[in-house]
Design a protein around this ligand. Structure first.
Ligand SMILES: CC(C)(COP(=O)(O)OP(=O)(O)OC[C@H]1O[C@@H](n2cnc3c(N)ncnc32)[C@H](O)[C@@H]1OP(=O)(O)O)[C@@H](O)C(=O)NCCC(=O)NCCS
Length: 171
């Protein structure tokens, strides 16, 4: 198991975050964006880092090995009173680091952070039903399959279903 450092980003990480997402977008079809299709440029990412830092119910956690980002986990929530308790989880680990426990550590940290922020009581996500590794990872941390969005993803002419998964947190 490599020695991995976890921390939240500063604006100095913006370029590396954008580069990371643009690379991993080409390593898997399980993300919503493809290679070089990450929707934020560096300036957008700087603004996003600042905005997330000001929100008590949103976070980004970076996983580093030797100063290189090898994984990122996020929880994004709105500020709306009726839905601010519900965070949307995203996670990706660089392909050559899969299966080393980094995804599990990121999820663990996201859940611990969510339990202690005073707002979040629900974490949700959607994932392709055939993304067995991710589905099993989420189940390992208590996420339940709550529903199925049929034909939600269209990839190379084929439709794929998505599971909606959720985890309710005790306060
Ligand atoms: C999903 C992802 C984040 C997992 O990261 P990771 O660092 O490889 O995960 P870990 O090594 O911590 O955990 C692996 C866990 O996932 C599950 N898992 C992984 N591959 C599996 C497989 N082929 N079959 C069953 N379970 C599997 C197991 O629960 C395993 O835990 P265990 O080792 O304790 O049994 C990573 O594969 C990834 O980035 N995939 C591409 C992007 C993606 O799919 N993101 C999620 C979109 S919803």
């Amino acid at each position: 198991m490599p020695e991995i450092i976890f921390r939240q980003p500063t604006i100095d990480d913006a370029q590396a975050i954008v580069d990371f997402y643009n690379i991993v977008g080409g390593e898997t079809t399980f993300l919503s964006f493809e290679q070089d299709e990450y929707p934020l440029n560096v300036e957008d990412q700087v603004q996003s880092i600042k905005a997330v830092a000001e929100q008590k119910n949103s976070v980004m956690i970076l996983a580093f090995e030797n100063d290189e980002i090898v994984g990122i986990g996020t929880i994004n929530s709105s500020n709306k009173i009726k839905s601010r308790h519900s965070g949307e989880l995203g996670i990706v680990v660089k392909k050559m680091y899969h299966g080393k426990g980094i995804g599990s550590q990121i999820i663990q940290q996201l859940i611990e952070w969510a339990k202690s922020n005073g707002i979040t009581t629900r974490i949700q996500l959607d994932t392709r039903c055939d993304n067995i590794g991710a589905v099993e990872l989420y189940k390992k941390f208590g996420f339940e399959i709550e529903g199925c969005l049929k034909n939600s993803t269209l990839l190379n002419g084929e439709y794929y279903d998505l599971y909606v998964m959720g985890l309710l947190l005790d306060k």
